[in-house]
Design a protein around this ligand. Structure first.
Ligand code: SAM
Length: 230
């Protein structure tokens, strides 16, 4: 793996997701050994969407991550900058208000949403801090943010096995099941480079979020961070 694959420009990230869009959900299920479904249930609980609320699902891709909020009765806006992902999503869920937008320059007014959430997307955004500030801007006062992202396993022996061996094994597996293995080399490398739970919490606080906390899922392979706009 090369550092070069992490230095992707936003348009390269978007086009990488355009290429994997058609098989994205299936590959996810295979690579996460079914855990993705469990993580999504936990995100839904944390977001706690209610009828008549407005929820922004940022970096929503095909909107698989958005479905639970819509099912709970909230007006749910899936937003992403990969037109390929949005197109596949719109074919599957024509009723949803898919919106093209960059996480660092959101096409929404200040104080619009009761909840803003992002699943497996923040790690892909080139300027994390700008995205956290934009998410804060478009959230209503009293509203909440929930971030679901790959993180660091808490048990040290497992953390070593996970980052040193499993993440290195991912690209060859992806070559067998994915139409674009390069995307999964990037996935593995970006997970290894991503800040651990306390550092991401600090970034949220710096962006203005209060009452920041996190919860580990599957031993910290994934973490849910949440915060509130005062
Ligand atoms: C791994 S997918 C996650 C999709 C979905 N949230 C899910 O859980 O299945 C990451 C998504 O982030 C989007 N993305 C990356 N950078 C972005 C940015 N700056 N603005 C908007 N979307 C972005 C990609 O286009 C891609 O669809």
């Amino acid at each position: 793996m090369t550092r070069a694959s992490l230095d992707k420009q936003p348009h390269e990230v978007a086009s990488m997701f355009d290429d994997v869009a058609a098989h994205y959900d299936l590959t996810n299920d295979v690579l996460s050994l079914g855990q993705a479904r469990l993580w999504r249930k936990e995100v839904a609980k944390a977001v706690d969407a209610r009828p008549a609320q407005k929820v922004l699902d940022l970096a929503a891709g095909t909107a698989t991550s958005s479905r639970p909020f819509a099912a709970a009765g909230a007006y749910t806006v899936p937003c992403d900058f990969s037109l390929g992902m949005l197109k596949v999503g719109k074919e599957r869920q024509p009723h949803m208000p898919f919106t093209a937008g960059d996480a660092t320059k959101l096409p929404f007014r200040d104080d619009t949403f009761d909840a803003v959430t992002i699943s497996f997307g923040l790690r892909n955004v080139q300027d994390t801090d700008a995205a956290l500030r934009e998410m804060y801007r478009v959230t209503k006062p009293g509203g909440r943010v929930v971030i679901c992202e790959f993180s660091q396993p808490t048990w040290k022996p497992f953390r070593t096995v996970y980052t040193e061996y499993l993440m290195r094994a991912l690209p060859p597996v992806a070559t067998a099941v994915s139409s674009n293995p390069e995307a999964y080399v990037y996935l593995a490398e970006s997970i290894r480079a991503w800040p651990a739970q306390p550092e991401l919490a600090e970034k949220l606080q710096k962006a203005g979020w209060s009452k920041v906390a996190w919860r580990n899922l599957t031993g910290g392979i994934v973490a849910l961070h949440r915060g509130f706009k005062a």
